[in-house]
Design a protein around this ligand. Structure first.
Ligand code: F6R
Length: 244
């Protein structure tokens, strides 16, 4: 529990930067699982700053984003491709071919193969070294909504109404929020060697309490993280305020 999200984000960004530097010395890659949304933006701000001010290079970094709305064009203001470019990728020296984000432009019949390939690419890269997560008010991680199973993998999902309501103002109305998304599965996330879930603000306090202290269950997918051997939840004071 950190005093504020700035301090917590700095800690997360530092851990990522440290791993990147360590692997660089060994001539090895780092594989990062990344999230979008309001939660990780300060982490990305710090990483950009480390690149610009301290010369941290991302040439040995491979990234896999958790999810993308479906359908979604990459240049849409709502697209997670655009989000990642604006918050991180356009400001660092990551190689284009090392960036992976679920494709919201596929034809429906192409989705299954794409998802299998996404899983295969993560494995071929050596698996996720660090997976960064936010949490939705439904308890979703990625877009694994209530009902997602422990072993789920990358797939097309239907978004929960609460998730769509939370996105409605960004989309200028609920009717504009996509009903579906492509997301890494709970199983994909749990296969990461290290997981960092972040949550800020009072609006997340109830779901953080359920995720951390509640019974492990499909109706709150974030509870599956309790069994991961290297997962940390980082909150500000407000998001931790309902913990007992
Ligand atoms: C985003 C993602 C989602 C968000 C969650 C919280 O890639 O996978 O699980 O992390 O919906 O969103 P924010 O951070 O906007 O509160």
């Amino acid at each position: 529990i950190f005093e504020n999200s700035e301090l917590a984000s700095f800690t997360v960004a530092n851990e990522i930067a440290e791993l990147i530097r360590q692997r660089q010395k060994q001539g090895k890659k780092v594989v990062l699982g990344l999230a979008t949304g309001s939660t990780p933006t300060k982490v990305y701000d710090f990483l950009v700053r480390f690149h610009q001010e301290e010369g941290l290079s991302f040439k040995n970094v491979v990234t896999f984003n958790l999810d993308e709305y479906f359908p979604m064009e990459p240049d849409s203001i709502h697209s997670y491709v655009r989000f990642m470019r604006e918050h991180l990728f356009d400001h660092i020296d990551i190689k284009k071919e090392n960036i992976h984000i679920p494709d919201g432009t596929l034809d429906r019949e192409e989705v299954r193969d794409f998802c299998q390939e996404y899983e295969a690419k993560i494995k071929a890269a050596g698996g996720l070294d660090i997976q960064v997560l936010g949490i939705g008010r439904t308890g979703h991680i990625g877009f694994n909504e209530p009902g997602s199973s422990l072993n789920s993998i990358t797939r097309m999902v239907r978004l929960d109404r609460v998730t769509r309501l939370d996105a409605a103002s960004d989309f200028f109305g609920l009717e504009n929020v996509p009903k579906k998304a492509i997301t890494m599965g709970v199983g994909t996330i749990l296969a990461a060697k290290r997981i960092i879930l972040m949550a800020w603000g009072e609006g997340k306090s109830d779901i953080i309490r359920q995720a951390v202290e509640g019974k492990i269950r499909e109706s709150v997918p974030a509870t599956f993280l309790q069994n991961h051997e290297n997962c940390e939840v980082m909150t500000d004071l407000a998001a931790a305020s309902s913990l007992t």
